[in-house]
Structure formats: C-alpha cells, structure tokens
Design a protein around this ligand. Structure first.
Ligand code: G3I
Length: 373
C-alpha cells in the first residue's frame, strides 16, 4: 500500500490549522454569538475552513472515503455560514429530519416533499452524495399514523407504500438509504419492542428492505443503529441479524454505526467490530459521529475530543469496506446534543462561531498523513 508522504506545505498548513483551531476554539468562548451584546462571529474565511487542498472531502478523496454531515432544515435554509462550510468541507449530506415520515407525510395521504427536494437538489448542484435517512424508525412518526387505529394489514400496506413512494421519488438520486433505524433494544440484544415490531412482527425488517430494493434496485440499503460500535451484546445481535438476512437473500448492503460518544467513551473495539461486519460482505459506515463533553469546553476537552474523532476515523480507514464517515452536524451552533443531553455539548468539529476546533485539525492531519487505500 503506497504511503503518501506529507507534502511540506501541507505539514505547515496542518500545524497552522491545529494552532488556529486551538486559538479559534479558545477565542470562541469570548465571542460566543449567543450572549447579550456578543460580538457576532466573523464569517469564516474560505481558507480558514477549507485550508490548503480544499476541505475534508478533498483530503479524503485518495481514501475513496466519503466525509459527510447531517443537515438540519433551519440553518440550511437560513444561515449562509452553514451552507458555506457545508459545501467547503463535505461530500455527503444526510437529511437530519427532512426525509422522516413526520416531515414527509404530516397528514395521511398528503406528502410534503419540499424540504427533501431542496436538500437533494442542493446536493446535486454541489456534487454531493445523499444518504437517505430514515425509512423505518420508531420515532418521527406522524401522529395520524402512530395514534391511528389501523389493523396490522393496513399498517403493513401503509409502510410498503410509504417506502416505495419515498425511495421511488429519489430513485437514482439518493444512493444509500438507512432503511431500518435502531431495530435493536438498547442493551439486551433483543429486537426493540417498537411500533413496527408490535404491529408487524420481526418480518418488518426484511419486508422493508425488499420493498426499498424494489423501488430502487441500485440503492445501497443499510440497517443503522447506536450502541453497536463496540464488540458487545447489541452488536452481536446486529451481526446475527445481518448474517441471517443475507443468508435468506434479503437485500442488505450495509450497516451504519451511529457512534454518538463522549470524550471519555471512545469505541475501543470499533475496528475489530467493523471488520467482522465487513467480512459478512456488507459495507460499513460511521453514520452519526459526534463526541460530546460536559460543561464548558476547555483546551483539555477539545484535545480529548480530537483524540476520539481521530481514532474513529483511523478505525474506519483501516477497514477497506468502511465507505463513509458522517458527523451528526458539524457546528455546535446547531447540534442536537444540548437538547438531548442537558449540560452536555461541544460535540462537533466546528464551534458555535463556526470556527474549526482541534478535532477538525486532527482529522485533517489523519487524512493528510496516513496512506491512501
Ligand atoms: O422543523 C420543525 C420546526 O418547523 C418547528 O418549529 C420545530 C419546533 O417544533 O420543530 C422542527 O422539527 C424538529 C426537527 O428535528 C428539525 O429540527 C423536530 O421537532 C425534532 O423532533 C427533530 O429532531 C431530530 C430527531 O432526530 C427526530 O427526528 C433531531 O434534529 C435529529 O438530530 C435526531 O436524529 C436522530 C437520528 O435520526 C437517529 N439517530 C439518533 C439521532 C439523534 O436523536
């Protein structure tokens, strides 16, 4: 495997980036954009984020790796800084909510494709891939469905028609779908007793994958879950599920490892875990990476975060079938973490003033230094 020597200029830039990221991260605390009278953050200069040789996706090209991010509707529609950094850094977009059932079909029989169409159109206009997220989940269900009084047969038909309408609309435009999201219970290794399991039984998983495949035979179809990054009871159950589906000829092409972690809980056995799934013949992907910490960010927490981000990237790069790393939002200004984990935050590569953090510089370093594949 040819080792890419690090170009001297790139080495200088990376040191500058890491230094800037550290200074930027520290100064961001003084220029928080949410305090009264706070100094509004300057727009990131193109070189500040993209750096020499372009952004993260540019650097990932020799690896044949997609570097992506989840995209929230509000900042995507309203914040120019958000769109600028998005196009400078990433080659893949995951709809953070625009392709979920509660958004696409708020009323029975009535689709609202506007948010999803805008996102897919933007991705196409900017040469970016789209990860469709997600078709079958126990959350983000519209009230008319979740609270309705449908028979199992009616629910099965509703699920089938929803999957085929959605995948069919973006046939040839969305290359990867998280068809089934979080099918496993949190730690037991059993199937999650979800709305869909309770209504349709365990067969809903294979049915959903088959229906998606019928709607777009070219799309890569994934099962996506959290808490499965390490070798553990939950990932064992996922491994057994995927092996059985493939043995039964069910079209499952990939497994997504969400990877929502803290600076103190890096996934220590991720590499071996990714490898065993890849050995089943499926792609593997890091699909929702964020690394949160408690309280105000410090130089120590930012350094710890950088170690975890870099470790996850290195684990993916070590497994040829690990095709993408997607962060679950790229700026602390719009992260889901503080809402879901009060007191926690600082989980993204860019701070809330859109300044690159130490972790961003470390990711660049890994992509620049390590050998291509
Ligand atoms: O867009 C509406 C807005 O018009 C409205 O004013 C506002 C207040 O009601 O809600 C906005 O919609 C919110 C949406 O995010 C867009 O920001 C929904 O209420 C909110 O429930 C939704 O939360 C998302 C959640 O999934 C549920 O869909 C989070 O942003 C998103 O980060 C989270 O992502 C999940 C993955 O899909 C699966 N893995 C776990 C991950 C975190 O929970």
């Amino acid at each position: 495997m040819r080792r890419l020597a690090m170009h001297p200029l790139a080495r200088v830039w990376t040191c500058v980036t890491v230094l800037l990221a550290t200074i930027g991260g520290a100064s961001a605390l003084w220029s928080r954009s949410d305090g009264p009278g706070a100094v509004q953050p300057a727009k990131p200069s193109p070189t500040a984020a993209a750096g020499v040789g372009g952004g993260l996706q540019q650097l990932a090209k020799p690896w044949h790796l997609d570097i992506g991010t989840a995209v929230q509707p509000a900042p995507f529609e309203r914040d120019e800084r958000y769109r600028t950094t998005l196009t400078q850094e990433f080659g893949s977009i995951t709809a953070e909510s625009q392709l979920k059932w509660d958004v696409l079909q708020p009323a029975e029989g009535q689709f609202d494709w506007s948010g999803a169409d805008a996102l897919v159109g933007f991705a196409e206009a900017n040469g970016m891939a789209v990860r469709g997220h997600t078709l079958v989940w126990h959350m983000a269900l519209p009230a008319w469905l979740e609270k309705g009084s449908f028979s199992p047969d009616q629910l099965r038909e509703l699920l089938r028609s929803y999957i085929q309408a959605t995948v069919g609309r973006y046939r040839g435009r969305i290359g990867v779908w998280d068809v089934v999201n979080e099918p496993l219970a949190d730690a037991s290794g059993q199937l999650r007793k979800s709305f869909w399991l309770n209504a349709l039984g365990p067969g809903y998983i294979a049915d959903a994958l088959r229906w998606a495949h019928e709607a777009d035979p070219q799309a890569k179809l994934y099962i996506n879950d959290f808490g499965v990054e390490n070798l553990n009871r939950k990932s064992d159950a996922l491994y057994t599920m995927v092996a059985k589906l493939r043995a039964d000829g069910v079209p499952v092409d990939g497994v997504g490892f969400q990877t929502h972690v803290t600076i103190d809980t890096p996934p220590k056995t991720l590499r071996d875990n990714l490898r065993r799934f890849a050995d089943l013949g499926v792609e593997v992907a890091i699909t929702e990476l964020d690394v949160r910490s408690a309280g105000a960010a410090t130089d120590t927490s930012r350094s710890g975060q950088a170690v975890v981000y870099a470790g996850v990237l290195r684990d993916c790069l070590a497994v040829p079938r690990c095709v993408s790393v997607t962060v679950w939002g790229f700026t602390d200004a719009y992260s889901w973490i503080p809402h879901a984990y009060p007191g926690w935050g600082n989980a993204c590569l860019f701070d809330d003033a859109f300044r690159p953090k130490t972790a961003y510089g470390q990711i660049r370093q890994v992509l620049t230094e390590a050998p291509g594949r």
